[in-house]
Design a protein around this ligand. Structure first.
Ligand code: ADP
Ligand code: MG
Length: 586
């Protein structure tokens, strides 16, 4: 018996589960599904974003629907059009083997008559945004007077967005004796009130700690001068060549401005805010989903409901006014079991906000420094080297080879490599040559007490290393830390400042264990491949001027499509480069 079977799911759902490749139920699914299947009850379920809440209510709902009847029996309310479509899509996947169950989506910005027509054909389940739902009820286009189940999904976000009155209105059109299932990432007062007012003795389940951020997210802050926010943002992007991020600004104007500047500077960026038409927003979101956009600059309202699973970084260009909003922001990364980083760019005067957020999320921030120009050059070089190594050879270059050999005649391998790498390096070092230190001076130090274990600022006696394994070998910052502790035999606090890139990583240790680290990796093979560790040029460490000696075969565990951090990163001429993929080497 599989774990899903043990929850009491019927065969058609189990088949759909296996088609989707779900192997084990998530915690919220494990807790909610048996309760919801067993009897009629109200339920409040608190679980972070990305924990699989849709299936937690979706599976039981589908199983409980009387499929022989065409009456609308289930209503799912969700805050945004994107979520609404996503839930509908998931529900259709779940009910793949229940052909007579129909789920219809109702949301603003699309034809109301089309939606009404679909409802008329018979929709046992309706997924709706509150605004459009209320509208359709008002026009008599939908009948929810006989529903048995009402799901309030992302209840906290719906209330954040000011849907309280709409929800109240909608619920007044539903029968008293129905079950209400409320799902939410957090439990602010307003949600508790809804539960109290509209639900009867709800059972409660909580996954993780209430109100806390997901612990797959590492929180970092960078203290800069007020005018250095934008250059700091650029450096953070440059230091993470494979970044796939949401950048949050406070106002629509800033959002637009930052996005425009990034695009001008050659990054793959896009803006998402309320002044754009629905059509423009769709275009941006589609490009983001396809990873054509690596930096999505967004307002909080517009970013609600962004449900993209592999966002690597959330960047708080400015902190939000409400602490609660920070949890929504950082919840956009570290989803679906992956790890993520939430970065905050702040000025000194905002430091107390960090303390307040730490209390709220019950997690500590790591104080980090904006990388220097040289660090970025180093990262970009290693990135380039591994990119060259992993580039698939384009057959069409064959034709040009004789001429190219001719041009490059007499240059030996070593020199060629040096020259090739210099092309990129010179571009970066020209740009960053005179770049100043953006870190607001001596600052983090003040806060340092007790935070040393994070490696925050322990510059003296700390060594930074380069290691030739990264994301494509299946590591993230958590598992790499574990790997290093285990392999070298270090304590929990000994490894810090772990930065995992696509095919290589950096980390720090105190200098007293460095011998142990380096000697462990003199001849260490993992999965038949040499794992190589070298002291990096980055601060905190001594000097080591050799590049990556990647001796072994790189075992590609295929973390999916490689993101081409486009052209963007290296174009500092102020000119805009084409967004098309193109090899940097030919
Ligand atoms: P939430 O609503 O809690 O934010 P979702 O329901 O959107 O989370 O699920 C997040 C992602 O995890 C989705 O891509 C979903 O398909 C996937 N997922 C859900 N349950 C499982 C599971 N049991 N095993 C693997 N993946 C799952
Ligand atoms: Mg959800």
């Amino acid at each position: 018996m599989t774990k899903f079977e043990a929850l009491g799911l019927q065969e058609s759902l189990l088949n759909a589960v296996s088609d989707m490749g779900f192997e084990t139920p998530s915690e919220v699914q494990e807790k909610a599904i048996p309760i919801l299947l067993e009897g009629e009850t109200d339920l409040v379920a608190l679980a972070q974003t990305g924990t699989g809440k849709t299936a937690a209510f979706g599976f039981p709902l589908i199983q409980k629907i009387h499929k022989e009847s065409r009456t609308t029996q289930g209503l799912i309310l969700s805050p945004t059009r994107e979520l609404c479509l996503q839930i509908t899509n998931e529900m259709q996947l779940y009910s793949k083997y229940e052909k007579s169950i129909h789920t219809v989506a109702i949301y603003g910005g699309a034809s109301i008559t089309d939606q009404a027509r679909q409802i008329k054909r018979g929709a046992q389940i309706i997924v709706a945004t509150p605004g459009r739902m209320k509208d359709m009820i008002g026009r008599g286009l939908v009948d929810i007077s006989k529903i048995d189940y009402c799901v309030l999904d992302e209840a906290d976000e719906m209330l954040n967005m000011g849907f309280y009155e709409d929800i109240k209105d909608i619920l007044s059109n539903t029968p008293k004796e129905k079950s209400t299932w409320l799902f939410s990432a957090t439990m602010p007062k307003e949600v508790a009130q809804i539960a109290k007012k509209f639900m009867h003795y709800p059972q409660e389940i909580t996954v993780g700690t209430k109100n806390s951020g997901v612990d797959t997210v590492q929180h970092e802050y960078y203290v800069v001068g007020g005018r250095d926010r934008y250059p700091a943002l650029k450096r953070l992007a440059d230091a993470n060549p494979d970044i796939f991020s949401v950048v949050f600004c406070r106002t629509k104007r800033d959002t637009q401005k930052v996005a425009e500047k990034l695009i001008e500077d050659g990054y793959n960026a896009g803006a998402l805010h309320g002044d754009l038409s629905q059509n423009q927003r769709d275009l941006v979101m589609n490009a983001f989903r396809k990873k054509q956009i690596q930096m999505l600059v967004a307002t909080d309202v517009a970013a609600r409901g962004i449900d993209v699973d592999d966002v690597t970084h959330v960047i708080n260009y400015q902190l939000p006014d409400e602490i609660e909003t920070y949890t929504h922001r950082s919840g956009r990364t570290g989803r679906a079991g992956k790890s993520g980083v939430s970065m905050v760019i702040i000025t000194r005067s905002e430091m107390r906000k960090i303390n307040a957020i730490e209390k709220k999320i019950k997690q500590q921030f790591i104080s980090k420094k904006i990388p220097t120009g040289m660090e970025i050059c180093e990262i970009q070089l290693y990135h380039l080297a591994s990119k060259i190594k992993n580039t698939e050879i384009n057959k069409d270059v064959e034709n040009y080879l004789p001429a190219i050999y001719d041009v490059l005649q007499g240059i030996d391998r070593e020199e060629l490599i040096k020259k090739m790498v210099s092309v990129e390096f010179t571009r970066f070092s020209n740009y960053y040559n005179k770049a100043k230190d953006l870190n607001s001076s001596e600052f983090g130090e003040k806060r340092k007490k007790g935070k040393d274990q994070n490696g925050a600022f322990s510059t003296n006696g700390s060594i930074r290393y380069f290691i030739n394994i990264g994301e494509r070998d299946g590591y993230d910052w958590m598992s790499l830390k574990d790997f290093l502790r285990g392999t070298v035999g270090l304590d929990k606090e000994d490894v810090y400042k772990v930065d995992v890139k696509e095919s290589f990583s950096f980390f720090n240790t105190d200098s007293d264990v460095s011998e142990k680290v380096l000697s462990t990796f003199t001849d260490l093979k993992v999965d038949g491949r040499f794992v190589n560790v070298e002291v990096s040029n980055n601060p905190g460490g001594g000097r080591g001027n050799r590049g990556s000696k990647d001796k072994g075969r790189r075992k590609d565990r295929g973390r999916g499509k490689k993101r081409d951090r486009a052209q963007g990163q290296a174009t500092y001429s102020g000119k805009r480069r084409s967004k098309k993929r193109k090899s940097d080497f030919f």
